[in-house]
Design a protein around this ligand. Structure first.
Ligand code: NAP
Ligand code: MG
Length: 503
């Protein structure tokens, strides 16, 4: 029996093959446990359970209020287990215990709470103004799609699971989720929560297993109505292809290379903190990370000095220690990717002004191959690969600019359009710069703050559609227009003459 089993049709179970895979704590490279490894057949089984639960079960027929009460129970039960969720989230993915405690666990709870509110507050039916000639009465109904699948990445497993499951369930859909293979445990742990919250069997299913088999099935099975994916742009393109076979609704949250613009009137102390937070939170393994800092020329030298001084003070170490700022990256493979980019940066740009290698002097039990120093390249040309490609690691490019117009042009010179920042003492000026950015979110004098009440998603190759907010809720609802002709005589049917006056 696997230590961490699949959750299908309300029950925990092994993969039909009995196969498992090992998941590791990247800091020490030690196994945490054996996870059941779903293959295509297990994914099909989960989709079929979700289909039955939608077609025959009570969930889509329940009122929004009833569903909201169950989702609130989920929020409460996650809270009751907050320490074990936080610890497992940090161990399995390498994120710090600070991030897990203050962001991941409460972030997943607040998503269930927000979508519970949507289920209560957003009307299922709205009457539109009618028309006298030809006479009509009109309604728009908002209905669930049916079976919604979600495929999620390893950087925020619990929050990502909540962002996919909560809106689907709130709107009356059923759901199948596949977490990333590096970090499957906390999403699987949610199964117990759903059991205890008395969510009917099949309404939510969680399977772990390889993207290439279990994941592809979730994006292609004809019984699935909508698929939502968060991950790399490359796999996002594949998901669209797979979903096109039966024209499923698709939402994608993909990569980014966001710009954080520091204007010359910014409070440099706070702006430096915002740039460091925006870049190095979770070692830069965050899709909206502001990994290009665009700094106005007149403050450039002073600002760069602040960045380097403070980046060097960040504490690298065991992610389970509350004193740690930067834990391991998710895997040795991810560290190797970062190393490749840093080598490329040395060729394209020159020596980094800070970091540039694996840290030394770590505690003995830590696997130094899993860690990387916060690294800053200065004087970077935005056209370099270093500034154009998503690294997903602790690497910042600092790029000088002269005017606000130039800053906007540089920021927009990217295939991505997910996030961005403007640091400035003048809100009107900052808003005007923000208006020019072709991205889904802009933070002024801040960074990374995402709350479920507000929409999140990408322009350009950063994605399609929005998660969160009312906009995100509505991506989980079909729109049905009902037209009724209230006329009592033939006068109301003059338009039939478009075919023939004889009918
Ligand atoms: P990834 O390789 O795209 O994987 C994401 C998920 O897709 C995983 O569950 C993976 O399963 C699965 N998958 C892989 N190949 C698949 C396929 N052919 N069909 C179906 N599913 C497949 O990305 P990642 O390495 O986990 O995450 C890093 C990337 O995600 C970065 O580029 C980052 O920008 C992006 N990201 C974006 C957001 C956002 O909100 N926009 C958030 C987080 C991350 P396995 O784990 O089994 O491979
Ligand atoms: Mg792991």
């Amino acid at each position: 029996m696997a230590d961490h089993q699949l959750f299908i049709d309300g029950e925990y179970c092994d993969a039909a093959s009995g196969d498992t895979f090992t998941t590791y704590d990247p800091a020490t490279n030690t196994p945490i446990g054996e996870v059941a490894k779903a293959d295509k057949g297990d994914a099909t089984r989960a989709v079929e359970a979700a289909r039955r639960a939608f077609d025959e079960g009570p969930w889509p027929k329940m009122s929004g209020k009833e569903r909201a009460a169950k989702l609130r129970k989920v929020t409460e039960l996650i809270g009751a287990r907050s320490e074990s969720f936080a610890e497992m989230e940090a161990r399995d993915g390498g994120g710090t215990i600070k991030k897990a405690t203050f962001a991941d666990v409460p972030g997943s709870q607040s998503a269930f709470e927000w979508f519970a509110r949507c289920a209560e507050d957003q009307p299922d039916e709205v009457e539109l103004p009618g028309t006298p000639f030809p006479p009509s009465q009109n309604w728009v109904r908002y209905e669930p799609h049916g079976v919604c699948t979600g495929i999620i990445p390893w950087n925020f497993p619990l929050i990502m699971a909540a962002w996919k499951i909560a809106p689907a369930l709130a709107a009356g859909n059923t759901s199948v989720i596949k977490p990333a293979s590096f970090t499957s445990i906390t999403a699987l742990m949610l199964g117990e929560v759903f059991q205890e919250a008395d969510i009917p069997p099949g309404v939510v299913n969680v399977i772990a297993g390889p993207g290439g088999t279990a994941g592809e099935e979730l994006a292609s099975n004809p019984l699935v109505d909508k698929t939502a994916f968060t991950g790399s742009t490359e796999v996002g393109r594949r998901i669209m292809q797979l979903a096109s076979g039966t024209v499923k609704a698709v939402t994608l949250e993909l990569g980014g290379k966001s710009a954080n613009i520091v204007l010359d009137d910014a409070d440099l102390d706070i702006a430096a903190a915002a740039v460091l937070f925006g870049t190095f939170l979770h070692n830069g393994q965050v899709c909206e990370s502001g990994t290009r800092a665009l700094v106005q020329r007149s403050i450039y030298d002073e600002f760069l000095g602040l960045l380097v001084e403070r980046a060097n003070k960040m504490v690298i170490g065991n992610q389970l220690d509350f004193a740690t700022d930067l834990g391991p990256l998710v895997s040795r493979g991810q560290v190797e990717t970062v190393e490749r980019y840093v080598k490329l940066g040395r060729d394209e740009v020159g020596e980094p002004v800070c970091g540039g290698g694996r840290p030394t002097g770590l505690a003995e039990d830590l696997d130094e191959q899993a860690f990387f120093e916060p690294t800053i390249f200065a004087g970077v040309d935005n056209r370099t690969k270093l500034a154009q490609e998503e690294i997903f690691g602790p690497v910042l490019c600092v790029i000088p600019f002269e005017s606000d117009e130039e800053a906007v042009a540089i920021a927009n010179d990217s295939i991505y359009g997910l996030g961005g920042g403007v640091q400035s003492g003048d809100l009107e000026r900052a808003r005007s710069v923000a208006a020019g950015l072709r991205t889904g979110t802009v933070w002024i004098n801040d960074y990374h703050l995402i709350s479920p009440e507000r929409p999140f998603g990408g322009y350009k190759q950063s994605g399609i559609g929005r998660e969160l907010g009312v906009e995100g809720y509505n991506t989980y609802r079909q729109v049905k227009h009902i037209h009724a002709n209230p006329s009592s005589g033939r006068d109301g049917y003059m338009h039939f003459a478009a075919l023939s006056s004889e009918i």
